[in-house]
Unconditional design. Structure first.
Length: 606
């Protein structure tokens, strides 16, 4: 769960590496560091804290050179500190190593190295790699790194440089992402394409068990186990650097909230016809499996799991197929009973979440077909699914997922309609089909309510505790709303199914406790209004998102109206004010919503 970047070519490596670290900082910001080769010397500069601190330090020190590696860390082994920051070197400063992942057998390796006289300066698992390369080196960095990689157990994307071969970077990949950018007379490696795109759009994606050796003029890939050379397929990045930058917004999260009308269009494009016909050719090969499926198991983490809860409701109600929704970290250990004709559907924005990837593997081990809804093309999860459909939401940088969630909901709706068509389930889809093309325009209208939402955020900014309540699809939405609020504003927010309130949480409601609620489901509207009255009677201050404001005038302290659409589609709209509320509460409290403490965008370790 760290970001790595490496450069070799004619330009100043330090400048390019620093830019790369800024773009990859969403992957971890406990510390940052850089190692650059110049005049047969390795200059390592590293600092606890954000990339900006490293940048300050770099201004004071000479980091010139044309080849180097850099890293932004999300701590696993060892606290955030200068010493634990990457790059790590061996006993002599001949080799420097950066690493994203976890070396599971590092304790055993470290003990062996210590016995051989190696002296360690950090608490990290990564440092063993530097000492191992140092020990293994006999004149060929590729040979040394390959032999070290064969001894490592765990997940890793690693890059190594050495003073002995000063324009070369050797990289290996097992489980965590690593791309090799193939520029003209320059090569750049990184954890994701945003750090490559300014320099080249052509890249290789290293697969598990592969390694690469790059110099300005050459790039070669090999199988780690056999040493066999691989003829890698060149892939092309199809978006621009501008798309990955903030376009004038203060934060990526706010920009990504703003992109949602466009993202809705992008997700629908080519898939939804006005007569309701759904085209998902990426599922052609699994169509028969889906037609015959007896049960679907949705598996995901975080926000993607919350999208999965909406998906469960849609698939069960519209396709009459039983659906279980599981948190991936539970699914992989709970020994799920899956039988013949079960299908697993994984949902992941990044396509790299370790627990979700493990769930894919578990299902496949049990012979269960796996389909995926993923945003990042060619990510690890996408590569391992039997069939995958992409969100087309564009790069999401803000740690708190927004546009990917909305896009997931849109795609889940399309999947529900597709499955219903495939399985000949008849129901009246006319309202849904008529409303789908309106969603993007309605989402734009909701963004116009920002001033009102800022006022609500003002009211909430000094609260320590609040509840989110809802029923049915509104419950799924408030789970996501509460997650958004807590992760970036640090206000404790708990989502409850409204009917469950009186079984405990009601005891915590007192005068002025904010109660955020969504009421869009006609079938339980009256019951929701009763639940709201229960909390209001105990002093709760009601912030109500509803598509029928005229029916809620008397019960809400603050009313946030949303356009009326089919109740199956309302989550796509009702989440937008809740995202804005969280964003503004975070900003008003002085937090950076793009960098919530202790969290990272892409959780590639367990
Ligand atoms: C992290 C991110 C969340 C995301 C979750 C699952 O916790 O901060 O925004 O929902 O991982 O990630 P995925 O990429 O699999 O959707």
């Amino acid at each position: 769960m760290c970001g790595i970047v490496g450069y070799t070519g004619p330009q100043q490596a330090g400048k390019i590496l620093l830019e790369g670290l800024h773009l990859l900082e969403y992957r971890g910001y406990d510390s940052a560091g850089i190692a650059v080769l110049k005049d047969d010397k390795l200059k390592v500069i590293k600092k606890e804290g954000k990339v900006a601190r490293l940048e300050e330090q770099l201004k004071k020190e000479d980091s010139l050179g044309n080849c180097g590696i850099a890293h932004t860390r999300w701590a696993t082994h060892g606290k955030p500190s200068d010493a634990n920051a990457h790059p790590h070197t061996g006993c002599d400063s001949d080799f420097a190593v950066i690493h994203n992942g976890i070396i599971e057998n590092y304790a055993e390796l470290k003990a062996r190295l210590q016995k051989n006289g190696h002296y360690f300066t950090s608490e990290t698992d990564t440092e063993v790699i530097a000492h191992m390369v140092e020990e293994a080196y006999q004149g060929d960095l590729y040979v040394a790194v390959r032999s070290v990689a064969q001894q490592l157990v765990g997940a890793y994307a690693i890059a190594v440089v050495s003073i002995h071969e000063p324009d070369k970077i050797v990289a290996v990949r097992q489980e965590t992402p690593l791309l090799i950018g193939l520029g003209n007379k320059e090569k750049i490696l990184a954890s994701d394409p945003s750090a490559l795109v300014k320099y080249t759009k052509k890249y290789w994606r290293l697969e598990n068990g592969e390694m690469a050796v790059i110099t300005p003029e050459s790039a070669e890939a090999f199988v780690i186990a056999s040493g066999e050379k691989i003829d890698k397929k060149i892939q092309e990045i199809d978006w621009d650097i501008d798309e990955a930058q903030r376009s004038g917004f203060d934060h990526y999260m706010r920009k990504e909230i703003d992109e949602q009308p466009e993202v809705i269009e992008n997700t629908l494009r080519g898939r939804f016809a006005k007569d309701g016909t759904i085209s998902l050719p990426e599922f052609d090969d699994v169509a028969e499996t889906l037609r015959q499926a007896r049960k679907i198991n949705i598996v995901a983490c975080g926000t993607s799991y919350h999208a999965g809860l909406v998906g469960k409701y849609l698939l069960e109600n519209l396709c009459s197929i039983p659906v279980e929704a599981d948190i991936a970290s539970e699914f992989r250990y709970r020994n799920p009973l899956m039988g013949d004709k079960d299908v697993v559907l994984v949902i992941s924005q990044s396509g790299e979440t370790a627990d979700t990837l493990a769930a894919v593997r578990l299902a496949k081990q049990k012979g269960v077909p796996v389909i995926g809804i993923v945003n990042v093309v060619n990510s690890s999860i996408a590569a391992e699914c039997d069939a995958v459909t992409y969100l087309h939401a564009g790069p999401e940088i803000g740690v708190a997922s927004t546009k990917a969630y909305v896009s997931q909901l849109v795609l889940l709706m399309l999947m529900a309609l597709y499955l219903a068509q495939l399985r000949n389930v008849e129901f009246d889809a006319s309202e849904i089909v008529a409303d789908i093309p309106k969603l993007s325009g309605y989402a734009s209208e909701l963004l116009q309510q920002e001033q009102k939402i800022i006022q609500v955020a003002e009211l909430m900014k000094n609260k320590g505790n609040c509840f989110f309540i809802g029923r049915l699809l509104d419950y799924a939405v408030v789970l996501e709303g509460a997650l958004k609020l807590k992760e970036i504003s640090y206000i404790h927010a708990e989502a409850k199914a409204a009917g469950e309130l009186k079984h405990g949480a009601l005891a915590l409601v007192e005068d002025g406790t904010p109660i955020v609620t969504a009421v869009t489901q006609d079938s339980i509207r009256d019951k929701m209004h009763s639940s709201i009255m229960e909390v209001k009677a105990r002093g709760g201050s009601i912030i109500l998102v509803t598509d029928k404001p005229e029916q809620a005038q008397d019960i809400a302290d603050t009313l946030i109206p949303i356009p009326k659409v089919s109740s199956y589609l309302s989550p796509i709209l009702s989440i937008i004010p809740l995202q804005l509320l969280s964003y503004h509460a975070a900003v008003l409290r002085g937090n950076n919503p793009d960098r919530p403490r202790n969290l990272a965008k892409s959780v590639t370790v367990e």
